[in-house]
Design a binder for this molecule. Structure first.
Ligand code: FES
Length: 366
C-alpha cells in the first residue's frame, strides 16, 4: 500500500500536511513530520488527540468508551493516536495551528506572475509560479497573494487542483479603486509576487454523493479546482476500469452511467452575461469524466439572454433537490445566506452544506 497523504486543518484555517507510512498512525506520521498535535496517553484512553475525520478511510481499533463514545464516533470524531489511514485523509483539529506548528506560521514564498489575461468583464485569470519545494493544497482552499513588496495582500481561491511544478491559478474580480485591482491592471508576466498558504476549511469532501455547487461571481474558482480534482481522479478510475475490462466480463449497459463519473450540478450567478467566465474550462472538465451540468443566472440580462434571470439562488429548485447531496456554496455573504436559508427550509442537513463567503476588499477579497 502506498503512503497516505494526510492533511490537518486547524481552527485558524491554517493546515499542515504529511505522509503516513503503511500501518502508521496519523499521530505518529504527524510527529515524524514535526507537527506537534495534542496527545497524551497514546493508547486510545484519554481522548486528548480527538479530531474530526472529514475525508478518507482509516482503521480505528477499539478505543475506550471514555476516550471516544459511540455518538462521537458516529459523528465522525476519531482518536489520531489510534487512527491508521487506509488512504489520503483530512482531519480537523479543535485548536489553532500555533499550538502544533513548531515551524511557526505558514511561510511566505516568493513567486512570479507567469500569465495574466482578462477572461470576462472585470475578471482576470492569473497564473503564479511559486519558488521552493512543492506545497500541496486541497481543492477549494485559498492562498494570500502579496504584491507591491507585500504592501497589498488579498486572499483568492485556487482554481485548479494542486499539481507539482504547475503554477497556482486564480480568478480575480477587478474593483474600481481597489489597490490589488489597480496593481493587476498594470501587471505583466514576470512581475514579482509572493504566496502564503494554503488556508481554509472549504474543500472537497469525499465525493460519495451527488454534488451541488452554487457559485456567485469569482466564487466559481474553488469549484473549478474541485471539478479539476474530480476529473483527474475520475479519469484514473476510468482507466483502471478499462484495464479491468481486458480480463473481466463487460458490465451491463446501464452501468455506463455509473462509470461516467461523479454527478455535479453547478449553479453560477453573475451581474450580467459579460461577467461570466469558465465555459471552456467547464467543457474540458466535462469531457474528462465528470458528469457535470451547469446553469447560469444573471441579475441584469441582455436582450439575447436565454437562461435564468435573477440571483443564482433562483436556480435552486425542488426538482433537483437530493437531501443526500453535498452542497458547496461560494460567493458574497448575501448569496451564502440566501442559499443556506433555502437549503435549510428544504430540510437539507447542515452537515451537508459547506460554504465560503468572500468580501469585496481587504484580506478575504476575491
Ligand atoms: Fe490519549 Fe490518543 S493520546 S487517546
Amino acid at each position: 500500500m502506498p503512503e497516505a497523504a494526510l492533511t490537518f486543518i486547524f481552527e485558524d484555517s491554517r493546515s499542515a500536511r504529511c505522509s503516513a507510512r503503511p500501518g502508521e498512525t496519523a499521530l505518529a506520521a504527524a510527529r515524524r513530520a514535526g507537527i506537534a498535535l495534542d496527545a497524551d496517553c497514546m493508547e486510545g484512553a484519554c481522548g486528548t488527540c480527538k479530531a474530526q475525520a472529514c475525508s478518507g478511510a482509516f482503521d480505528l481499533g477499539d478505543p475506550l468508551e471514555d476516550a471516544l463514545n459511540n455518538s462521537e464516533r458516529a459523528s465522525g470524531l476519531t482518536l489520531l493516536c489510534q487512527t491508521v489511514p487506509q488512504g489520503d485523509c483530512v482531519f480537523e483539529l479543535p485548536y489553532d495551528s500555533t499550538r502544533a506548528m513548531k515551524r511557526g506560521p505558514t511561510p511566505v514564498r516568493p513567486a512570479t506572475l507567469v500569465a495574466i489575461a482578462e477572461v470576462a468583464r472585470d475578471v482576470v485569470r492569473i497564473e503564479v509560479l511559486a519558488e521552493g519545494p512543492h506545497v500541496d493544497y486541497l481543492p477549494g482552499q485559498y492562498a494570500n497573494v502579496q504584491v507591491a513588496d507585500g504592501r497589498i495582500v488579498r486572499s483568492y481561491s485556487m482554481a485548479t487542483r494542486s499539481v507539482q511544478g504547475a503554477p497556482w491559478v486564480f480568478y480575480i474580480r477587478l474593483l474600481a479603486g481597489g489597490a490589488m485591482s489597480d496593481w493587476l491592471r498594470g501587471a505583466t508576466p514576470g512581475a514579482r509576487v509572493s504566496i502564503e498558504g494554503p488556508f481554509g476549511h472549504f474543500y472537497l469532501r469525499d465525493p460519495q454523493h451527488p454534488i451541488v455547487m452554487v457559485a456567485g461571481g469569482t466564487g466559481l474558482a474553488p469549484m473549478l479546482a474541485m471539478l479539476d480534482h474530480l476529473a483527474a481522479t475520475q479519469g484514473q478510475a476510468q482507466n483502471d476500469a478499462q484495464d479491468q475490462t481486458q480480463t473481466a466480463p463487460q458490465p451491463p449497459a446501464n452501468a455506463l452511467s455509473g462509470r461516467r463519473g461523479q454527478q455535479v450540478l453547478l449553479l453560477v450567478g453573475a451581474g450580467s452575461e459579460d461577467e461570466l467566465f469558465g465555459a471552456t474550462e467547464l467543457k474540458r472538465l466535462q469531457s474528462h469524466g465528470v458528469a457535470l451540468e451547469w446553469r447560469h443566472a444573471v441579475v441584469h440580462p441582455g436582450p439575447t439572454w436565454q437562461e435564468a434571470s435573477g440571483h443564482v439562488t433562483t436556480l435552486l429548485r425542488e426538482d433537483d433537490l437530493d437531501r443526500s447531496s453535498d452542497y458547496y456554496l461560494c460567493g458574497p455573504p448575501a448569496m451564502i445566506e440566501a442559499a443556506r436559508d433555502w437549503l435549510s427550509a428544504h430540510a437539507v442537513p447542515s452537515a451537508r452544506i459547506h460554504a465560503e463567503r468572500f468580501i469585496a476588499s481587504g484580506v478575504g477579497a476575491r
